[in-house]
Design a binder for this molecule. Structure first.
Ligand SMILES: C[S@@+](CC[C@H](N)C(=O)[O-])C[C@H]1O[C@@H](n2cnc3c(N)ncnc32)[C@H](O)[C@@H]1O
Length: 228
């Protein structure tokens, strides 16, 4: 999704984040929290409203965070949530890159798909990024790897909320915004504006850029820059 499309979506984003499948994001952030070295310099790329970033910082208050998010509506919520300590860059990632210097970890959580529509542009981006990662530093990526199934999502969130009538009523009110966002996502994938990655495609790009694959689990991928 491009940053200017987040006006309405930003308003419902946290509601749906709260009911996200527990086997997805929360486990992902617990894993990230265990993985990162003490005091690591971390960049959250396309961090959205900071909903999950807050949870990561609660687990790991020692992390030194730079938060990159180009959509003003998302960034406003992230600033309110994350306090004064992080560096906030309200820019597209490639615009922010020169300001980042060298960092220990880059986290891409459900954001990479929106950057470009073709692999060549990702290759150029990761080639540049390599020079901003410390020796032994990590890229941690959680990506969408399929189109949104609207019926499945409606059923899932409905089942999560139906036992609490006021929450279910909120879900029904907010659903059209999520539905529209998911339809726009699918259309942009079809149109070649967004990119869905599988492991083979991401591996090819990241290895070419100089990183090695540490592990992958479903659509979570971890890469490391070799230590010097
Ligand atoms: C689906 S949201 C994910 C937000 C958050 N990481 C999470 O998982 O809850 C995708 C985010 O990527 C951001 N984004 C899109 N294109 C971007 C780009 N070129 N550089 C940085 N962020 C971008 C969007 O503004 C949006 O906030």
């Amino acid at each position: 999704m491009k940053p200017d499309e987040y006006e309405d979506y930003a308003e419902v984003f946290d509601f749906f984040s709260r009911y996200m499948r527990p086997d997805h994001l929360p486990a992902f952030f617990e894993k990230v929290a265990r993985l990162l070295p003490e005091g690591a310099l971390l960049v959250d790329v396309g961090g959205g409203t900071g909903f999950y970033t807050r949870q990561l910082l609660d687990l790991r208050p020692d992390l030194r965070l730079t938060f990159v998010e180009p959509a003003p509506e998302m960034m406003a919520q992230a600033r309110a949530r994350l306090g004064d300590a992080p560096v906030f860059l309200e820019e597209l990632f490639t615009q922010a890159l020169p300001e980042l210097g060298v960092q220990d970890v880059f986290l891409f959580c459900r954001s990479l798909y929106a950057f470009y529509g073709e692999h060549g542009a990702y290759q150029a981006m990761f080639d540049r990024l390599y020079h901003h990662v410390s020796p032994g530093g990590l890229l941690v990526i959680w990506e969408f790897n399929q189109r949104m199934d609207l019926r499945r999502e409606f059923k899932y969130y409905g089942a999560q909320t139906v036992s609490q009538p006021d929450v279910f009523e909120q879900f029904l009110r907010k659903w059209p915004v999520l539905r529209k966002a998911m339809m726009a996502f699918n259309e942009k994938v079809e149109a070649g504006i967004y990119t869905l990655f599988g492991k083979g495609e991401l591996d090819a790009i990241l290895v070419e850029a100089g990183f090695s694959s540490v592990e992958s689990d479903g659509n979570v991928y971890i890469y490391r820059k070799p230590s010097e």
